[in-house]
Ligand binder design. Structure first.
Ligand SMILES: Nc1nc2c(c(=O)[nH]1)N(C=O)[C@@H](CNc1ccc(C(=O)N[C@@H](CCC(=O)O)C(=O)O)cc1)CN2
Ligand SMILES: Nc1ncnc2c1ncn2[C@@H]1O[C@H](COP(=O)(O)OP(=O)(O)OP(=O)(O)O)[C@@H](O)[C@H]1O
Length: 193
């Protein structure tokens, strides 16, 4: 199966999970991430910049986590094709506008650099690899952020999005952790395992 057929199949599986108990699963997955971040950062958590995303299509919602985070929160903004994402500050009451490619972005552009990224995906595997929509945006973004310093990349997904092995390319940047409604998956060899 080629990558675009793989994406279509993964999108259909995700849509089924989303329509089932999507909101409940999102609450559980977000709680698992929040618990992990409290343990990892403790009292420093209120200074940790968290990147979430504005859910589109059948993506599991990171909004419960974004609303509960005690520190600054931002969301991804596409600047151009083949270019890393920017992150603009988001608050619960921020005015939003439609961005390119479907997800909403803040009306006011205040650029900030995240230390923890909640990453959307179509499918993931135990090695921490993910299938996205094919823009390569998160791969470029994680490569850039990891070259500059420490970042924690956490995939957020329904358990049904797990696959034995997603197709990979040399430029794919693995996730450090994956959170689903069933809890956290620590990726072997990513420091936090
Ligand atoms: N909620 C959310 N926001 C996000 C992302 C995301 O995955 N989820 N992104 C993560 O990168 C960026 C948006 N990236 C996207 C990249 C491509 C397509 C898209 O519609 N692709 C076409 C196929 C394009 C092609 O291969 O020719 C498609 O899926 O039909 C959508 C979003 C930034 N914001
Ligand atoms: N750091 C990079 N430098 C050059 N090309 C890259 C880089 N990262 C990804 N690419 C290219 O971008 C294209 C899309 O990548 P890929 O299919 O992995 O996207 P994706 O992870 O599914 O999408 P997204 O991250 O936007 O959700 C691929 O052709 C890949 O080779």
């Amino acid at each position: 199966m080629d990558k675009s057929a793989h994406r279509d199949a993964a999108a259909k599986r995700r849509a089924v999970a989303h329509t089932g108990n999507g909101a409940d699963a999102a609450q559980h997955a977000c709680r698992a991430v929040a618990h992990h971040l409290e343990g990892a950062f403790g009292s420093k958590l209120s200074r940790v910049v968290l990147a979430g995303y504005m859910p589109m299509r059948s993506e599991i919602s990171p909004l419960p986590l974004m609303m509960a985070h005690p520190g600054p929160v931002c969301v991804p903004v596409i600047v151009a094709r083949d270019t890393p994402l920017e992150f603009h500050r988001w608050t619960t009451d921020a005015a939003m506008q439609p961005g390119r490619f479907g997800a909403e972005i803040p009306l006011l552009a205040e650029k900030i650099v995240p230390q923890v990224l909640i990453v959307p995906l179509l499918a993931f595997d135990q090695r921490g690899y993910r299938l996205g929509y094919g823009g390569g945006f998160y791969d470029r973004t994680l490569a850039q952020l990891r070259a500059r310093g420490e970042v924690l990349a956490i995939g957020l997904a329904y358990g049904a999005q797990a696959q034995p092995a997603v197709p990979i390319e040399p430029t794919d940047e693995p996730l450090d952790l994956i959170a689903t409604e069933a809890g956290l998956l620590h990726v072997q060899g990513r420091g936090v395992a």
